[in-house]
Design a protein around this ligand. Structure first.
Ligand SMILES: N[C@@H](CCC(=O)N[C@@H](CS)C(=O)NCC(=O)O)C(=O)O
Length: 223
């Protein structure tokens, strides 16, 4: 199957699909675009104007990371989604929840005051506390084998890890299992290889451009 993933180097949603493709050892081509100045062919291709987009067989087009990941999973057995319909629905729900946590990270980065920063940080911590009891004794979300929830959450943990280098975002939160899950995910080869080598620098650049309190306190040199 001829697969081409249209990407923006910083995009965590694209990264979800890259993790799944790498995990499945499925060959694919990746084409990075500049989302701030998207080429005309991309505007034609993507109904939402967003990445990821997956071109299949040169002509068919898929969009939305959760849908793309399910398609990749469907065509490359064995499945990473549970067979049981109720369990599968619950996994889909936690993937959606992961997307909402990803948006919370943007709110943290964009917070313009220390109070807003703290409010947005705590809002995300409260959400992570909701997934904590879902985690069992295994290393990953549903045991020791990777599932699509893992692929969806690893990009979020990678960004929290970078942000955490200069400010402890987990302060005051009871998230032992979430932290263990994050560590296990970030140690996986398919996760480490799912981003460009310069991701950290690009991410810092993006944070500085947003000009929030986090950038002022954690990244910019004191004047
Ligand atoms: N719900 C989408 C979200 C994708 C998304 O937000 N992509 C961002 C880049 S990380 C994007 O393309 N933004 C450009 C825009 O919204 O115009 C998914 O899961 O695929």
């Amino acid at each position: 199957m001829d697969l081409e993933l249209i990407s923006f180097k910083l995009c965590p949603y694209v990264q979800r699909s890259v993790i799944t493709l790498l995990h499945k050892s499925q060959p694919f081509k990746i084409t990075h675009i500049d989302l701030h100045n998207p080429p005309d062919w991309f505007k034609e291709l993507s109904p939402s104007g967003q990445v990821p987009v997956l071109k299949v067989g040169g002509s068919d087009v898929l969009f939305e990371s959760a849908v793309i990941n399910e398609y990749i999973d469907d065509i490359t057995p064995p499945r990473l989604h549970p067979d049981d319909p109720l369990k599968r629905a619950r996994h889909r729900a936690w993937i959606e929840f992961g997307s909402s946590c990803m948006r919370d990270i943007l709110s943290i980065i964009e917070a313009q005051t220390e109070t807003a920063f703290e409010e947005t940080r705590l809002a995300l911590m409260r959400k992570l506390e909701r997934i904590e009891p879902e985690l069992g004794a295994g290393r990953l979300f549903a045991g020791d084998d990777l599932c699509l929830v893992d692929a969806a959450w690893a990009p979020l943990f990678m960004r929290l890890d970078i942000l955490g280098e200069t400010r402890n975002l987990f302060e005051g939160a009871s998230l032992d299992k979430v932290c263990r899950w994050s560590e296990a995910l970030l140690a996986l080869e398919q996760v480490q290889k799912s981003v460009v080598p310069e991701l950290r620098e690009l991410y810092h650049g993006m944070i500085e451009n947003r000009g929030g309190e986090y950038a002022r306190l954690a990244l910019l040199p004191e004047s």
